[in-house]
Design a binder for this molecule. Structure first.
Ligand SMILES: Cc1cc2nc3c(=O)[nH]c(=O)nc-3n(C[C@H](O)[C@H](O)[C@H](O)COP(=O)(O)OP(=O)(O)OC[C@H]3O[C@@H](n4cnc5c(N)ncnc54)[C@H](O)[C@@H]3O)c2cc1C
Length: 414
């Protein structure tokens, strides 16, 4: 470590304004960096599916001063019901039995709500946002990075960070195509909203058949519910990414028969104007940086929603990356230190997705379905979480955050 770097206004460009991007912008600004965030969308996206802030990430949002606000936005999902094909419940449990959690160390809120809070924190400071734009090309000459933006501007930055998600464009520009880093977990999802005709409140209903799962999620008392249709497929249908009609056709074909409310959900999916289709994948990279460019959040280490940890990892990674940049004069040293501190935590959390959620949320065979149903029924009776959930809680809390207070820019020592 050397002299505080916060005082020198090193310039940083961050691509992506969801979770990792604004969290990183917040901390870098507090350490005295000159921060620009470029975002592909026209504005911060509100709403969205529920995400979780847990374990070590609770410490991060507490240090950002937003813990009380986030607690007040807690969705408070009270039960998960697993029906059979006729709609009769196989089991009803509380969410903590599935995912693990320590009281007071878990908040669930809409993704857009968290993004808005993080954006609000940075907008009031000196962070610049460039919406409806992106990085078209970048050239790192060892002393800085020349960036050409999609809308034509050209600018030089000291450091560039890709916080642009699972299908990161920054990663593609620096490390090449996604395929070698994308670990496909064997299924695809469709997410969309529909009116809350079932009168659900603070709950989710999750239905499964071998290789197919459908469900609805009532976020609080909302008039709409989020629905999903997930299916197993050995070959990821990457060709369907860009073609919404093809996504609809493929999903409707796979769910052409099915119990519970499946036909109604398929009809709603075909009409939905907010359909979100993707493969369920993780990102594994041998290194998260190259020269003066590094990756953060899903771009570097997406764990998939099966882990329920994507948001928490993005917050923790942003905190560590910003702190290490503040503590090191040379970004290459900072990136190495960021990786040394954060990688074991990220990898342990990624492993949770492989060890737990799969067969509970998405049984592949009749045998797995029957084993899952028996496990759920036992959980309902015992009211306890399986030992796996306890292990998950330990992993969620397994990183002790370094203290970077000494690098705070004097204007920001509040
Ligand atoms: C269906 C689904 C359900 C999930 N459920 C949960 C859950 O229950 N709990 C949980 O904790 N996590 C969940 N996650 C994961 C969570 O959303 C992510 O892990 C988290 O949002 C990661 O944040 P991020 O900022 O790294 O990336 P993202 O949230 O993916 O954000 C990337 C940002 O970059 C922008 N961008 C993309 N490309 C470009 C470009 N070329 N130029 C500029 N900007 C660009 C995007 O518009 C976006 O704003 C879920 C994810 C999905 C898809």
């Amino acid at each position: 470590m050397c002299e505080p770097q916060g005082a020198k206004a090193r310039s940083v460009l961050i691509s992506g304004a969801s979770i990792a991007g604004p969290a990183l912008a917040y901390w870098l600004d507090r350490y005295g960096f000159d921060v620009t965030v470029v975002e592909r969308a026209d504005a911060i996206r509100s709403g969205g599916y529920p995400i979780d802030v847990r374990g070590t990430a609770i410490d991060v949002v507490e240090r950002m001063g937003v813990l009380p606000h986030l607690r007040s936005a807690h969705i408070d999902t009270r039960r998960l019901t697993f029906p059979d094909a006729d709609g009769h419940p196989i089991a009803t449990i509380v969410p903590e039995q599935l995912a693990g959690g320590v009281t007071g160390r878990h908040i669930e809120l809409p993704r857009g709500e968290l993004t808005s809070v993080l954006y609000g924190l940075t907008r009031d400071r000196e962070v610049r946002y460039r919406f409806n734009d992106g990085i078209d090309a970048l050239h790192d000459d060892g002393a800085g990075v020349d960036v050409r933006f999609r809308r034509g501007a050209v600018q030089r930055f000291d450091i560039v960070i890709g916080a642009d998600g699972l299908h990161s464009n920054t990663r593609a520009l620096v490390f090449g195509p996604e395929a070698p880093f994308n670990r496909y977990l064997g299924f695809c999802f469709n997410l969309f909203s529909l009116p809350n005709d079932l009168g659900l409140t603070h709950e989710a209903v999750l239905y499964a058949e071998p290789g197919r799962a459908a469900g609805v999620y009532a976020v609080g008392d909302s008039h709409t519910v989020l629905a999903f249709l997930n299916f197993v497929t050995d070959e990821p249908p990457f060709h369907s990414y860009a073609d919404v009609d093809q996504q609809r056709r493929l999903t409707a074909e796979i769910f052409s028969h099915g119990g519970w409310e499946v036909p109604r959900l398929v009809a709603a999916m075909l009409r939905a104007d907010d359909l979100f289709f993707d493969t369920v994948s993780q990102i594994h990279m041998p290194r998260w940086s190259s020269g003066r460019v590094a990756l953060a959040g899903d771009a570097a280490h997406a764990p998939s929603f099966l882990s329920g940890q994507g948001t928490s990892l993005a917050l923790v990674g942003a905190y560590v990356l910003a702190g290490e940049l503040a503590a090191h004069a040379d970004p290459v040293d900072a990136f190495a230190s960021y990786e040394r501190i954060a990688r074991p935590f990220m990898e342990a959390n990624q492993a949770l997705a492989l060890s737990k959620g799969g067969s509970l949320l998405m049984p592949r065979t009749q045998q797995e379905l029957e084993a899952r149903n028996a496990a759920l029924a036992a959980m309902q009776v015992s009211k306890k979480a399986p030992s796996r959930a306890e292990h998950s809680s330990q992993v969620h809390n397994s990183l002790r955050l370094p203290d970077y207070t000494r690098w705070l820019h004097e204007d920001h020592r509040t």
